[in-house]
Design a protein around this ligand. Structure first.
Ligand code: SAM
Length: 435
């Protein structure tokens, strides 16, 4: 036993995982031959790689160092500056690079401060310093261009969610907020009340077209970031004829689904103003001629807290919908879906799934992946997105990501039985049928 307090065999095993997962990732790139492979195999390799190297580093680095790493992290603030000032858009016009002075002048910011932001981000691999004080875009900073939907998703976090996160402890000791799990007692509400704003998230978007547009673009970005298209490849869509996308947004899921499976009859359902946006987005992104959709897609407004979706379809798909709501509302939504189901209909909840760091047994047999030893069974930092999104849900909606057991419980309360789990890395697809 050495000072790092762990058997050396454990360190060697983590090194082996780092080595083999990095090689798996390289093999994926070679197999694809161009661009970034949009495969589950790459995502699985990265989940192992990130989980194992964080675990190894936290064993070997002095603990003070690792703890300070947790808080010495202003990357979100610097990313927010880059996004709002549109630094990547400007640099895009200068593939060979632009001096930081000229860049700062172009976006009307102080050059010394702009340079500090860029240096902090460049250190993390976002932007490239091609010569001293001359910066250019690279594969990471291109995501921050104003046209990129994942940049829009990053903007939502660097501006709005970070503000809600800033008051979290205050909400935990506030008499009115501390013990509540209601949507109207979320840290978001606490933070915005200070600014005199009292509308809920979706009400606010009803009145603000720019915010609504940005939010729905962010949802497309989240979908890209998660490689959510894996659901297109790992569910038997060919055996299905009709799909209702419940809380569809502007079609981040249903548009690629229609393109890949033109035989499907698709119903998009969301709030009325979102349906109007969805129809526009659909006309732009999936013209009828391209998908041979003809009359095969419909847009039907719904308030899913009050009404059931269209009846008797094969699949009712809910992506990132259930996690927006505390248990009572989540159960209401599922009950409403249950009312619309025929005997062979299925519900697919597509969300993140929490598993505890000690959760090793049985769950693996139900589709939930378990990391190899000596990693934490839930992949530790390799599952960063899941646990950060859980906090996002808390800060914004007082809602949460759930464990499989919790999802099963709200399903049961709505008259549904869990039948299948698909591990899509980051997110899971959980199938329910009528109990
Ligand atoms: C987080 S977004 C997910 C959108 C989409 N499923 C996706 O994966 O990109 C949640 C969606 O639920 C919709 N929504 C919120 N409240 C609703 C309600 N009461 N009835 C119907 N849709 C609602 C929102 O408009 C939004 O599009």
């Amino acid at each position: 036993m050495t000072d790092f307090n762990e058997p050396e065999a454990k360190l060697e095993a983590l090194l082996d995982i780092i080595n083999s997962s990095a090689h798996q990732a390289i093999a994926e790139y070679k197999k694809t031959g161009h661009g970034v492979p949009n495969t589950l195999a790459l995502k699985k390799a990265i989940r192992l790689l990130e989980g194992a190297y964080h675990q190894l580093s936290s064993i070997l680095a002095p603990p003070q160092h690792t703890v300070m790493n947790l808080v010495f992290n202003y990357n979100w603030a610097c990313t927010g500056v880059a996004l709002r000032a549109r630094l990547a858009d400007v640099l895009d016009q200068y593939p060979e690079g632009l001096s930081v002075d000229k860049l700062a002048e172009a976006v009307n910011l102080d050059k010394v401060k702009t340079a500090r932001v860029l240096r902090a981000l460049t250190l993390m691999g976002c932007f490239k310093e091609v010569e001293q004080d001359i910066f250019a875009n690279n594969r990471l900073s291109l995501i921050l261009k104003s046209t990129n939907n994942t940049g829009c998703y990053a903007g939502l976090h660097s501006q709005d969610i970070s503000k809600y996160a800033g008051v979290v402890y205050e909400t935990m000791i506030d008499e009115e907020f501390s013990m509540s799990h209601e949507v109207d007692k979320a840290p978001r509400v606490f933070a915005l009340r200070k600014e005199g704003i009292s509308m809920d998230h979706y009400e606010m978007m009803e009145d603000d077209e720019e915010k609504r547009d940005a939010f729905h673009r962010a949802m497309l970005g989240q979908s890209d970031m998660l490689g959510a298209s894996a659901v297109l490849h790992h569910y038997p869509w060919n055996d299905i004829s009709s799909v209702v996308d419940v809380g569809s947004g502007i079609g981040a899921f249903s548009t690629p689904l229609a393109k890949m499976f033109p035989h499907l009859r698709i119903t998009n359902q969301d709030l009325p103003k979102v349906m109007a946006l969805a129809q526009n987005a659909w006309e732009k992104n999936a013209p009828v001629t391209e998908t041979s959709l003809g009359g095969c897609v419909e847009f039907i407004p719904i308030n899913f807290l009050e009404d059931a979706p269209v009846v008797g379809k094969d699949v009712y798909y809910l992506r990132h919908v259930i996690h927006n709501w505390p248990d009572a509302e989540a159960t209401t939504i599922l009950r409403n879906v249950r009312k619309a189901m025929g005997p062979n209909s299925r519900v697919l909840i597509h969300d993140f799934v929490i598993s505890h760091t000690l959760q090793r047994p049985a769950v693996g047999t139900n589709g939930l992946s378990v990391a190899p030893e000596p990693m934490l069974p839930n992949f530790g930092a390799g599952n960063h997105n899941t646990y950060q999104t859980d906090l996002t849900m808390w800060f914004a909606f007082n809602s949460k990501e759930r464990t499989l057991e919790e999802l099963e419980t709200i399903g049961t309360a709505a008259g549904l039985a869990l039948t299948q789990v698909y591990d899509l890395v980051d997110t899971m697809l959980i199938e329910f049928r009528i109990a």
